[in-house]
Design a protein around this ligand. Sequence first.
Ligand code: NAD
Ligand code: TYD
Length: 335
Amino acid sequence: MKLLITGGAGFIGSNFIRYWLKNNPDDQIVNLDALTYAGNLENLKDVDANPNYKFVKGDICDQNLANELVKEADVVVNFAAETHVDRSIMGSADFIRTNVEGTRVLLDAAKNNGGKRFHHISTDEVFGALQMGDPKFNENTPYDPRSPYSASKASSDHLVRAYFHTHNLPITISNCSNNYGPYQFPEKLIPLFVTNLIENKRVPVYGKGENVRDWIYVDDHNAGVEAIIKKGKIGETYCLGGGNEKSNMEITKLILDAMGRGEDMIEYVADRKGHDLRYAIDYTKAKNELGWEPRTDFATGLKDTIEWFKNNENWWKNIKNGDYKNYYAKQYGEK
Ligand code: NAD
Ligand code: TYD
């Protein structure tokens, strides 16, 4: 099978490529990524030499390039996106361009090349915010996005389903909860806090730290996407979650404890605008239909993730000092 992975130089996409090539060594992967601030080819150093892997630097909004690459693929898996809520609050233009228009370009490429199998990676944030006692999100929860990021992802999900209903495009969608693990960009909660503490900096908790997220280890998400690609029903959406709700304060204390630091390292900062209180996923459908469920318990996943950041200081220091942007030029000879 030939897969076109978009956004494969980011956090989840790079873990997915490594995961897929390990479990499906005869498959071929083309990774289309624009290498925005979040794209880092150092994430894929270990698969670079694999003859079944090829990197193409390019934008998913480029219709000609999308047509050319989709034509050669059996399956398109769309990870490419602008992903950070705080950045979407500062400016939403890139979010609309990549997340909405980029998805439209890929859908047209899939439609115009014989109706290619299309899997769209999305988020639980499209469902809005839960109050503390509310039942978890599931596939029937109405959409109610509340940040520019989640609104752009919601729009892309609607477009993907529209191409199924209108053009019979063989699509599936997954809406997953908050991921953590190796190679996560250190602007997100867990890698930011872990790397700050290694650098002896304090950790910025928004508001009172009472917001709740449902954390899933990245390869558990990837296993869910693999199950959907191989066994998912065309036209369907699957909710994937970690079964692991934690408040930001709980996460902060677990990280502080694991790193031998005290609560004096917490800096309470202004709350995020429109900060969604709680996300949580009911993954019963994926469990019943695909036999999928998350396998990594949080204590182990967090311990391994902290170890990874301790053992890979160069990786995140290159990001924090901007050096990671030179990797493409060194590897592929572009000035
Ligand atoms: P990321 O920000 O780490 O990576 C995004 C990647 O997309 C980068 O490599 C970037 O260069 C690339 N990209 C951005 N714009 C592009 C464009 N126009 N053309 C080509 N490539 C482009 O993101 P991530 O955390 O790995 O998330 C991947 C996907 O998973 C996203 O669709 C996101 O919405 C979804 N998701 C993420 C989480 C999470 O917790 N991180 C949870 C659920 C769903
Ligand atoms: P984040 O990792 O940005 O993911 P998302 O907003 O997509 O859920 O944030 C996770 C939670 O952590 C969210 O409630 C905001 C909070 N947070 C902080 O308290 N401090 C920080 O510096 C960051 C980045 C996030």
